[in-house]
Design a binder for this molecule. Structure first.
Ligand SMILES: Cc1ncc(COP(=O)(O)O)c(C=O)c1O
Length: 287
C-alpha cells in the first residue's frame, strides 16, 4: 500500500482526494518536485527544496512549509512506504477557490500533496546498451526553468517519442538542442563534456548539476555551451539525465547512429562516479 501525505495528513494513496475546485485541477496552477531516495536517504534534498522554493516564488505561491518542516514530512513519508529506494513526488498548488477565475483568488491556502513509490535503482553498467531518441520542435512556454505541473506539451512530446518507438524526445529550438521532454542533455565531443547553460529555456536539473560537480571534482573537461543540431548528431556521445533516469546513453537519434552506436567511455566513467555517489548517500557520507 502506498502512503501519501495530503495537507499534512498521512493516508493511503487511494483515499487522497482533492476538491474539483483546486486550481491545480482546473488550471494546472502549481509546481512539483521528484526526489530520489537511496538507502532511505533523500537525494540532494537541499537542492530540491531550493528549486521548489524558486518555482513557488516564480509563480507567486507562498511556500507552505519551512525547509525543516519539509524534511520532517518527507522523512516520515519515506519511512511509511516500502523499500529503501524510492521516488518521492510532491506538488504544491495554489489551492481551492470558490469560483473559477484565472486571476489569483484573494486568500487560498496552497494544497500540498506528496507520495512515494518504490524505485528500482540497481545499475548493471555492462547490461546498458543505450536508448534511442527523436528530435522534435520545442513547443513549450518561455519559463521552462519553473518546474510547473502544467505539463501538457511535455506529455504530447513524450507520447510522440513513444509512438515512434523512442525513449525520449530531444527538444529543438532555434537550431539548438535544449533538453529532453523530461530530462537534461549532455554531449561529448573529443573528450569534452558539454551541456546547455541554465536559463529560462530549460529545467535546472539536480542530476545535471551533480554531473557538473563530479566532472569538476574529477578533472573531466567540461563546458556549459549551446548545442547546435549539427553538434548533436556529430557528437561522440549523447546522454539524457534525470532523477529517475540517472544518466542514460543515447545511441541513436532519429535515423542517425551516435558515435560508435554504443555507450561511450566517458559515460562509463561518469555513471561509475554517479553510482559511487549513490553509495556514499546510502552510507550517509554525503547528502
Ligand atoms: C523538462 C525536464 N528537464 C530536466 C529534468 C531533469 O531534472 P532532474 O535531474 O532534477 O530530475 C526533468 C525531470 O523531470 C524535466 O522534466
Amino acid at each position: 500500500m502506498t502512503t501519501a501525505c495530503l495537507n499534512g495528513t498521512f493516508l493511503p494513496l487511494e483515499d487522497a482526494c482533492i476538491p474539483v475546485m483546486d486550481r491545480g485541477f482546473l488550471f494546472g496552477d502549481g509546481v512539483y518536485e521528484v526526489i530520489p531516495v537511496y538507502g532511505g536517504k533523500l537525494f540532494r534534498l537541499a537542492h530540491h527544496l531550493q528549486r521548489l522554493g524558486n518555482s513557488l516564488e516564480a509563480v507567486r505561491i507562498g511556500n507552505p512549509l519551512s525547509d525543516t518542516e519539509w524534511e520532517t514530512m518527507l522523512k516520515e513519508l519515506v519511512s511509511r512506504n516500502d523499500g529503501t529506494d524510492q521516488a518521492v513526488y510532491l506538488q504544491v498548488t495554489r489551492g481551492v477557490a470558490a469560483k473559477r477565475d484565472h486571476a489569483f483568488p484573494a486568500d487560498t491556502r496552497p494544497t500540498l500533496f506528496a507520495m512515494s513509490n518504490p524505485m528500482a535503482t540497481a545499475v548493471d553498467i555492462d547490461s546498458i546498451t543505450g536508448t534511442t531518441a527523436i528530435t522534435l520542435p520545442d513547443i513549450r512556454w518561455k519559463h521552462c526553468d519553473i518546474k510547473a505541473i502544467t505539463l501538457l506539451p511535455n506529455v504530447m512530446l513524450r507520447q510522440t517519442a513513444v509512438d515512434a518507438g523512442a525513449a525520449e524526445a530531444i527538444l529543438i529550438k532555434d537550431g539548438h538542442a535544449i533538453e529532453g521532454a523530461a530530462s537534461n542533455i549532455f554531449i561529448v565531443k573529443y573528450g569534452l563534456l558539454i551541456t546547455p547553460p541554465n536559463g529560462p529555456s530549460l529545467l535546472p536539473g539536480i542530476t545535471r548539476d551533480l554531473i557538473i560537480e563530479l566532472a569538476a571534482a574529477h578533472t573531466i573537461p567540461f563546458r556549459e555551451a549551446d548545442i547546435s543540431e549539427t553538434d548533436l548528431f556529430n557528437a561522440d556521445e549523447v546522454w539524457l539525465t534525470s532523477s529517475t533516469r540517472e544518466i542514460s546513453p543515447v545511441t541513436r537519434i532519429d535515423d542517425t547512429v551516435i558515435g560508435a552506436g554504443k555507450p561511450g567511455l566517458l559515460w562509463r566513467r561518469m555513471i561509475t562516479l554517479y553510482q559511487d555517489y549513490k553509495t556514499a548517500i546510502r552510507r550517509g557520507e554525503v547528502c
